[in-house]
Structure formats: C-alpha cells, structure tokens
Design a protein around this ligand. Structure first.
Ligand SMILES: [Fe+2]
Length: 158
C-alpha cells in the first residue's frame, strides 16, 4: 500500500531523505560539469556539443529542486552546502577542463549520467521498499532521463 509522507515512520523518512540528498548532490555536480564543458568545449563539433551540454544542465537544474523539495515534503533537511555535496558525490568534477578534448568531456559526462542513473535507481528501490511510491516515481523519472543522456553521450564514442 502506498505510504504518504504522513504515514512513513521516521526511520523510513530519514533513509529515503538520505538517498534523495545523495541524488541532489550528484545532480548538482553533474549540472556544473555539463556547464563547465558547455563553456570550454572546442573543435569542429563545437556547435552540437555546446548545445547538448546546455540541454543537460538545463535539465539538471530544475531536477535539483524537485529532488530537494521531495526531501522537504518528507520532513527532512535538504543538504544545500556545496562543499558537502561535492564531498559526498560519486559524480566527480573534471579538474583539467582547460586541456580536455571533446571526447574526454563526453566520456566524463557519460560516466556522470551512468552514476546518476544508478544512484536514482537505488533511491527508487529504497522508496519502493517503504511503499513511498511518490518518491519512487520521481526517482524512476529521473533515472530514465539519465539513462537517455548516457545513451546519447555514449553514441558519440562508438
Ligand atoms: Fe551558454
């Protein structure tokens, strides 16, 4: 049976909020990664890559809010400290973007999308275990977006 935010016990709420905060942190880092590459990509494929990287960060920015506000709906604390988000994120920043090739950027962004898809899948499973179908639905929707971006990026490398 579906459990609403009111029905969920405090332990379930805390566990789901932790998984959501992890998702927020990784979405934030991936947003900046895509924008960094949007600014710095070079080469004959500049036009489509500049546009694709913009599509990614424009998708991710409102998703940060959707995920964080789900934490608040579950009566949790939305962790919004940038340094802590970078620290906990399994999506990593790319330190050498000044010398990265377009291919390096695509590979890094593809890995980020795959990591996010896995994180969101885990968060969705956790929500499902507790009957929190609303969080599960949000995580499934976000996971699908990340898997689609991973496919689009991966296709450039094949
Ligand atoms: Fe721009």
């Amino acid at each position: 049976m579906t459990q609403t935010a009111v029905d969920l016990g405090t332990d379930a709420q805390a566990a789901i909020c932790e998984a959501l905060n992890q998702s927020v942190a990784e979405t934030v880092v991936a947003t900046m990664l895509a924008q960094n590459f949007h600014w710095n990509v070079k080469g004959m494929s500049f036009g489509p890559l500049h546009a694709l990287f913009q599509e990614i960060y424009e998708d991710h920015f409102p998703a940060q809010d959707d995920l964080a506000e789900r934490v608040k709906a579950l009566k949790g604390h939305a962790d919004g400290v940038l340094a802590q988000m970078i620290d906990r994120s399994k999506v990593e920043e790319y330190p050498n973007s000044a010398t990265a090739s377009a291919k390096d950027m695509i590979a890094a962004l593809c890995a980020a999308q795959e990591t996010l898809a896995a994180t969101l899948a885990g968060a969705g499973e956790l929500a499902a275990e507790h009957g929190d179908t609303l969080t599960e639905d949000l995580c499934i929707a976000r996971g699908q977006v990340h898997e689609k971006f991973a496919w689009i990026l991966r296709s450039h490398l094949e």
